[in-house]
Design a binder for this molecule. Sequence first.
Ligand code: ADP
Ligand code: MG
Length: 235
Amino acid sequence: MSAEFEKLGREAAAANEDYEQYLLRLTELELSARASNAIASRIRAAGFKVLKDLDTFDFTAVAHLSKAKILELARCQWLDQHANVCLIGSPGTGKTHLATALGLAACRAGKRVRFVTAATLVTRLEEAQKLYQLERLRTQLDKVDLLICDELGYLSFSQGGAELLFQVFGDRYERRSLLVTSNLPFAEWSKVFPGERMTEALLDRLTHNCHIFEMNGESFRFRESMKNKKSKKSE
Ligand code: ADP
Ligand code: MG
């Protein structure tokens, strides 16, 4: 308001607006600036690796992926229902891109989001445990409306690490949303989680009230690089 009051005052005088109209415009400007600052700070706090949005996502590149369903998720009602999303598919099929886009939509809808890879999350949990700060970290994670856990399945976890991740997923069950991306189909999750029973219990909680998308197909990266090669040849 302090940055704009003089300019708006001159405009109001020139347009013969009364004081109430001037004050309304000034407060509206302040509110919209605050709202966009809040969105920007939620996006910063989320810790996305890249800022990829839905407008650059090519839905025709992923067979069987329903654009309508993804757009529906971008309206963020699933977060109020404490539902989860799983994106399963081979590398380069757009999982991180979509996860980020849904996370951005959540930030814009006023939700608190955290984006981490599964490996980083487990490392952080293990470190916090060593420093007797595990409860603090779990409380912090609990405040987040949407926890995005990217790249589950590339690295397997120690028994301790898997248990910590299991607790975090369990904490959120029916209270807060999770978005998990993985290159592994569910049947192979026991490869990264030690023990069939833990894997089963984890999958049970994660997939209850969950929107699951299989994004298998050719790698988008790979296909784009082939396209580039072909067009170079034909030049
Ligand atoms: P994944 O996480 O499944 O390995 P990414 O989301 O990292 O894949 O995608 C790899 C690259 O290809 C990224 O730069 C991403 O933006 C792009 N990409 C993947 N799928 C699509 C798509 N359907 N439309 C547009 N870009 C895509
Ligand atoms: Mg990825």
